[in-house]
Structure formats: C-alpha cells, structure tokens
Design a protein around this ligand. Structure first.
Ligand SMILES: Cc1cc2nc3c(=O)[nH]c(=O)nc-3n(C[C@H](O)[C@H](O)[C@H](O)COP(=O)(O)O)c2cc1C
Length: 283
C-alpha cells in the first residue's frame, strides 16, 4: 500500500489489516491470536467467568473481527448492543430465562438484525425501501449478524476469552426490544456472554455428530450409515456427560424434546407475529 510518510505498520501485520479495513490508524490492536484451526477446534461454550475485567480494546477488536465477515451485497444489515452495566445485565438475564451467566459476564452483547439503517438511508434519499418488507431481507440480516457474531467469537476465543451464545433473548422479544430501546426494523437475534473463563469450572469440548451424519457428497441423501452415526453419537455424548458430572441423556432424546411441540419453543412459537409488530412484515 502507498505510504509516503512511512508510518504504516508492516504489510500483512494485524495493524496493516486493521488499517486497510478502516483506513484509520486509531484502532486498538488485539493481543496475539494463535493458530486459527486450533482455535476453532478448541471451541467450548463457557458459562463461568472470573471477575477479571476484559483487556482494554477487547470490544473494538471483536467489532473489527465481526465487521471483517462477509456481508450479503455488503449491506451490513446488523448491529450489536454492548451491555456492561450490572443492573442492565441483570434485567436482560431475567428476560432471557434467568440465566445467571449473563449477569456474571463482564460483557453481554446483543446481536441485532438491523434493517433500520437501510430504511433511513433510503428515506433520506427520498427513495422507497419496500424490499426490506420481505422475508428475504430479514433472513439476509440474520445471516449477516450470525456471520459477524461468529467472527467475533473466534477472535475472542483466540484471545483466550470464553463465550456463550444466548438464544433465550428471543423468549421475550418485545421486552428485550424495549429494554434495549430498539427502533422498528431491528430485532435481537441472540446474545453473547463474554468473559475470562473461570479455571475452577473449566468447560470441555463437546463432541459433535460423526461427519457421516452431516456431510453428503454431490447430492443430499439419507445414508444407511446415518442411523448408526446417531447411535454412536448418543454413546459418545453420554460418555461426555458422565465425565462432566451431568445426567447422561441421549442426544436423540434431547433433540426430540426440543422440537416436540410449540410449547418446547419457550415462547418463541409466536415469533412471526412479534416480528410483524416490530416492523418486519416478512412478505
Ligand atoms: C444461537 C445459539 C443460541 C444459544 N443459546 C444458548 C442459551 O440461551 N443458553 C446457553 O446456556 N447456551 C446457549 N447456546 C449454547 C449451546 O447450547 C452450545 O453451543 C451447544 O450445546 C454446543 O456446546 P459447545 O458450544 O460447548 O460446543 C446457544 C448456542 C447458539 C449457537
């Protein structure tokens, strides 16, 4: 890159990449990240944190990672609310199934599908934005927000921090929207607790389905091997649960319970109507 003043960080360094992303030198540098694949494979949800505050620059770093994710047509149809105030976190914890880790984490992020920026921009130009009224636009925002959040998760885990997603912010979406002051066309998709993992309550890597169950080649097809793969997984997950001191229960049982009926959705069965009220016609 052209740098007449010679003030640029070395080409390809994290500082250089951050500069290229923002064309701004005033961005906090992240602590060194380890091997990417190692970080991905080492993921485990962390629900117990120490009281240690997050390193300076953590929020700016995770946002830079999030904004570095791909975005549908570069519309960047997402935003995030960072919550650090203790009383505010407690109220959100209460609304999200009384999950105490939300209140205990030093940082709680709420990732948003945000179509309001696009609507406002179009309206400022005196143009319509009726395309935002379609399910496709909501989905696009949800995909963009998810990719952004997962990029942030990888950056945070690379920095040695622990996270857990919180889908329960969708249990009471109207109350969450009011608590966060969300305008129409903005929806809280999921939360994310961030903190230093408590070494006294370590989380371990949770096994996943064997690849035969999720990977098809050329065409989708229910392989005869899939039944065996699920049986194998049930055994492996039970072993993991026993190691963790949890009640052992087949994945098949857990998953069936979770999809049994509307009641199993913890209030989220009315989401379509709520979304309509929050400014998403979902045509
Ligand atoms: C979108 C999403 C929402 C989630 N919501 C919650 C939640 O509300 N509470 C929670 O404790 N874990 C939540 N989780 C974490 C999952 O339970 C966890 O990722 C899964 O059990 C696999 O475990 P692992 O992340 O440790 O590998 C959520 C995960 C995702 C991806």
């Amino acid at each position: 890159m052209h740098d007449p003043a010679g003030a640029m960080p070395p080409n390809g360094s994290i500082g250089d990449l951050l500069y290229q992303r923002y064309r701004d030198r005033d961005i906090a540098l992240p602590p060194t990240a380890g091997d990417t694949l190692g970080v991905l494979l080492a993921h485990r949800s962390v629900r117990a944190y120490t009281s240690e505050p997050l390193p300076p620059g953590t929020l700016e770093t995770l946002i830079a990672a999030a904004q570095s994710a791909s975005s549908s047509s570069n519309l960047q149809a997402w935003s995030v609310v960072a919550v650090e105030d203790a009383a505010h976190k407690s109220r959100l914890a209460e609304l999200a199934g009384n999950q105490t880790h939300i209140a205990k984490a030093p940082l709680f992020l709420v990732w948003l599908v945000d179509l309001s920026r696009l609507a406002l921009m179009a309206s400022a130009r005196g143009e319509p934005s009726a395309g935002l009224d379609y399910l496709e636009s909501f989905l696009m925002g949800a995909v963009d927000a998810s990719l952004a959040a997962q990029n942030a998760v990888i950056a945070l885990e690379a920095m040695g921090l622990g996270v857990v997603y919180i889908g329960a912010v969708r249990n009471k979406p109207r109350e969450i929207a009011a608590e966060l002051g969300l305008p129409p066309q903005v929806f809280a998709l999921f939360g994310l607790c961030v903190g230093h993992p408590d070494p006294g309550k370590p989380a371990h890597i949770k096994p996943r389905l064997p690849q035969e169950a999720v990977l098809f080649r050329e065409r989708y097809g229910r392989a005869a091997a899939e039944r065996t793969a699920i049986d194998t997984y049930n055994q492996r997950l039970r072993a993991f649960q026993r190691e963790e001191g949890l009640t052992a229960q087949d994945w098949s049982t857990q998953a069936s319970d979770r999809v049994r009926d509307a009641k199993a959705l913890n209030g989220r069965d009315v989401l379509r109507a709520v979304l309509n009220d929050l400014g998403f016609p979902l045509k």
